[in-house]
Design a protein around this ligand. Structure first.
Ligand SMILES: C[S@@+](CC[C@H](N)C(=O)[O-])C[C@H]1O[C@@H](n2cnc3c(N)ncnc32)[C@H](O)[C@@H]1O
Length: 289
């Protein structure tokens, strides 16, 4: 079965609509992009790459997949689904388009798709995931054939203007100025970010001292006209019962790069840890003029 390819893709070279022709998407100027054997499309032209292999490496993606498949972050996926469900029901449209910008290995979108399928929503919901990392999108394409997966950058999302109802950005790199033109009137951004106590017990082991760091401020979002509509937290305890899972978690977070060698060695000695999971969900809307 081939992957679902949505009708709102834009050529990354000239912004014209991309039309599906058998195993390629093509714009009116003749730029064409193959649908890969695995079902994704690479819409990241070389001039939008800042390195040869941008984004998460294959090893980081593997660690993320193994960690997320354990279910340790399933409550985060469930809360994302609940918020999304509310937004979909609120929005009076027949067809709802949701983009996960920086979707990683596609765990959250695949969970969202599975849950929405079980709920009787009177809307056609179309899901798209993009990530700048090729290994991440290859992993995502394995999770679902019902979702459009793109190698692309948050800075130049290859999507038609005003074609998205909701952009999800989880533990990622929101680029508000690039997101704004993609959204339909009344469109929303869901930000999911680490709260002050997220992974506190692991941070206490890998760093000499730990400060409570709040989630990023919304000044950059406000600068392009987004306001906060809703904010809520999800906090729970989770025990990781193997060194492999602890190292998978470390590897999929920025702490892997920030921690010293001594800090990482301390983590390598652990066989179990009880962690605080502390995540902040924020829904942003465009301020009405
Ligand atoms: C911390 S991971 C989060 C992945 C996923 N959202 C999750 O929570 O499992 C950040 C992701 O952003 C991707 N990324 C980094 N820079 C990006 C960019 N400019 N555009 C799109 N994705 C990017 C990385 O490849 C990585 O998959």
């Amino acid at each position: 079965m081939s992957n679902r390819i949505t009708n709102n893709l834009a050529c990354p070279l000239d912004g014209l609509p991309l039309i599906l022709h058998i195993r390629q998407v093509v714009c009116a100027n003749g730029h064409s992009f193959d649908v890969a054997r695995q079902g994704y499309i690479n819409l990241l032209p070389v001039q939008h790459k800042h390195s040869k292999h941008p984004g998460d490496s294959e090893a980081m993606v593997r660690a993320r997949t193994e960690f997320l498949n354990s279910g340790a972050y399933a409550p985060i996926a469930a809360k994302l689904t609940a918020i999304t469900h509310e937004l979909i029901v609120e929005q009076q449209v027949a067809a709802y388009y949701l983009l996960d910008a920086g979707c990683g290995d596609g765990y959250y979108l695949a969970q969202l798709f599975a849950t929405l399928q079980q709920q009787a929503i009177q809307r056609e919901v179309t899901l798209l995931g993009l990530d700048i990392s090729k290994p991440a999108i290859i992993a995502a394409a394995k999770r679902s054939k019902q979702i459009t997966w793109l190698i692309a950058s948050n800075k130049h999302p290859p999507l038609l203007p005003a074609s998205i109802d909701c952009i999800v950005c989880m533990f990622g790199y929101p680029m508000y100025a690039s997101f704004k033109p993609l959204l339909k009137p009344g469109g929303t951004i869901i930000l999911v970010e680490a709260g002050p106590n997220h992974l506190l017990e692991l941070r206490e082991i890998i760093y000499p001292s730990v400060s409570q760091s709040p989630p990023p401020e919304l000044a950059a979002a406000a600068a392009v006209g987004f306001t906060l509509k809703h904010e809520s937290c999800l906090t729970y305890r989770e025990t990781l019962a193997s060194n492999a899972q602890i190292m998978n978690l470390l590897m999929m977070t920025p702490h892997f790069f920030r921690a010293s060698q001594t800090g990482k060695q301390a983590a390598m000695q652990l066989n179990t840890i009880e962690l605080t999971i502390d995540v902040v969900f924020r829904v942003l809307v465009q301020a009405s003029v």
